[in-house]
Write a protein that binds this ligand. Structure first.
Ligand SMILES: Cc1ncc(COP(=O)(O)O)c(C=O)c1O
Ligand SMILES: N[C@@H](CCOP(=O)(O)O)C(=O)O
Length: 429
């Protein structure tokens, strides 16, 4: 499979090159040249297939013959070594829990898949050295730190906005040591993301072999489509149209969902549910893409003012706003509404949703009014423990600490504070 740059001023590249480069030389995001729908027999058989089999069928065309079939199967098996339960929350509303991995956020799948693919491509070159640069508003950093910990020949540098991630998120990305380093940026997530993108194109940093582990990177982003197939497998027996609501920040997850639809997955409608960082809901209202500086909210991992992946979504709809609106809605919700939703879900159904999932739930409820025969699934993208203070205060509950989290609680934060791109360059050396 070849990938082209969405800025159309850079050569097309292989899966391996797209993974290693992260971003094209013209600053564009890579996008697959073709997306071939899966055979109807795949969808007929899906209920009897394992998650690993489903994931292999879904991703194989995007990897092509660059990784041998058996190795790719092995990478997928290691990536998907935890559960993806679909839990009924109320009549016709389900939560797809994506937080049962090592760092308890949905980013674990992409981070584990990408680290293993990079390991495969580096295996014959013992002297190769890559620097993975990653910007995080909360969860990507921890997942990438865990996914790449101890990987030979790879140094990981995580940029996060100082004071704008939860305590547990910060510990997950600042305490692992070894090949993982954290930079605490005096700014917001978009400043971190801008610095990272600038570094990829900086000729003077060429010797660092920089790559990205954000959803910019196709190997981090594409595996996120698996979730939509897994949910479909679980609920196919209901025989009803499905509406998915993704709590959205950088829009990687929902964009991977649209790839799944292009592969033939019967999805009736997507909802991108956002907090008050509402660049996309505003776009759907007035057709103008006008990114704003991000605003801090209780669903901090979605505090993104200029979502990277929106351009990929536009590519898939060829800028046809009317068709886009048929398949896709986007709604914005305040922190007060999010808190009310968390309370409603808990008090009526006994289900503990964290703020991101609650935003997803709100968008789903709103959109389902237009789909009376459908079932709705909201993505629960992180474990409530990652937002301990907000969840315990809002719901007046005490959350047990899962073992994955216990292991980072006693550890000491190590980070370097930076303010400017120049300081990042000095750090990179
Ligand atoms: C918990 C959580 N929910 C939602 C999102 C938003 O996902 P995306 O950036 O793919 O839109 C993120 C960040 O990526 C997150 O960490
Ligand atoms: N919400 C993310 C922001 C980065 O998103 P990504 O999918 O592009 O890595 C985070 O938690 O860091």
């Amino acid at each position: 499979m070849k990938y082209y740059s969405l800025n159309h001023k850079a050569p097309n590249v292989s899966f391996k090159e797209a993974l290693i480069k992260g971003l094209a030389t013209d600053k564009g995001l890579y996008f697959p040249e073709t997306i071939t729908p899966l055979a109807p027999t795949f969808f007929d058989a899906i209920e009897n297939m394992s998650h690993e089999e489903i994931a292999f069928e879904a991703i194989q065309q995007f990897v092509g013959d660059e990784i041998p079939e058996e190795t790719l199967k092995h990478i997928i098996a290691e990536t998907l070594c935890f559960n993806f339960p679909v839990v009924q929350v109320e009549k016709d509303i389900y939560s797809l829990e994506l937080f049962h991995g090592p760092t308890m956020a949905f980013k674990d799948v992409g981070a584990r898949f990408m680290s293993r693919c990079l390991g495969y491509f580096n295996k014959d070159n013992k002297n190769s050295k890559n620097t993975v640069l990653v910007a995080t508003s909360g969860d990507t950093g921890g997942a990438v730190a865990s996914g790449f910990l101890g990987v030979k020949g790879v140094e990981v540098i995580i940029l996060y906005p100082s004071g704008k991630v939860s305590d547990i998120q910060e510990r997950q990305l600042t305490t692992l040591g070894q090949n993982i380093k954290a930079l605490e940026v005096d700014g917001v997530f978009d400043d971190c993301q801008d610095m990272v993108k600038k570094a990829f194109l900086d000729e003077s940093l060429k010797h660092k072999n920089l790559t990205s582990a954000n959803s910019i990177n196709i190997a981090r982003w594409l595996p996120q489509m698996f979730y939509f197939f897994f949910a479909y497998k679980a609920l196919k027996k209901e025989n009803k149209p499905i509406v998915f609501s993704c709590p959205s920040g950088n829009f990687g997850n929902i964009c991977a969902g649209i790839i799944a639809k292009k592969l033939g997955l019967p999805i009736e409608h997507f909802v991108a549910s956002t907090n008050v960082n509402d660049t996309v809901p505003r776009f759907l209202e007035n057709g103008i893409y006008d990114p704003m500086p991000s605003i801090a909210t209780i669903s901090n991992a979605m505090d993104v003012g200029n979502p990277s992946n929106f351009i990929r979504i536009q590519e898939m709809y060829q800028n046809d706003l009317e068709q886009f609106k048929k398949d896709f809605s986007s709604f914005t919700f305040s922190d007060a509404e999010t808190i009310e939703a968390m309370k409603t879900i808990y008090n009526t159904e006994g289900y503990i949703a964290e703020p991101h999932g609650a935003v997803g739930y709100l968008g789903l409820k709103k959109e389902l009014q237009n789909h009376p025969t459908a079932i709705g699934i909201f993505l629960e993208t992180a474990h409530p423990i990652k937002f301990l203070d907000t969840v315990e205060q809002t719901l007046n509950v005490k959350l047990p600490i899962p073992t994955q989290i216990e292991s980072v609680l006693g550890k000491v934060k190590v980070s370097v504070k930076i303010k400017t791109y120049e300081e990042l360059k000095v750090f990179l050396g």
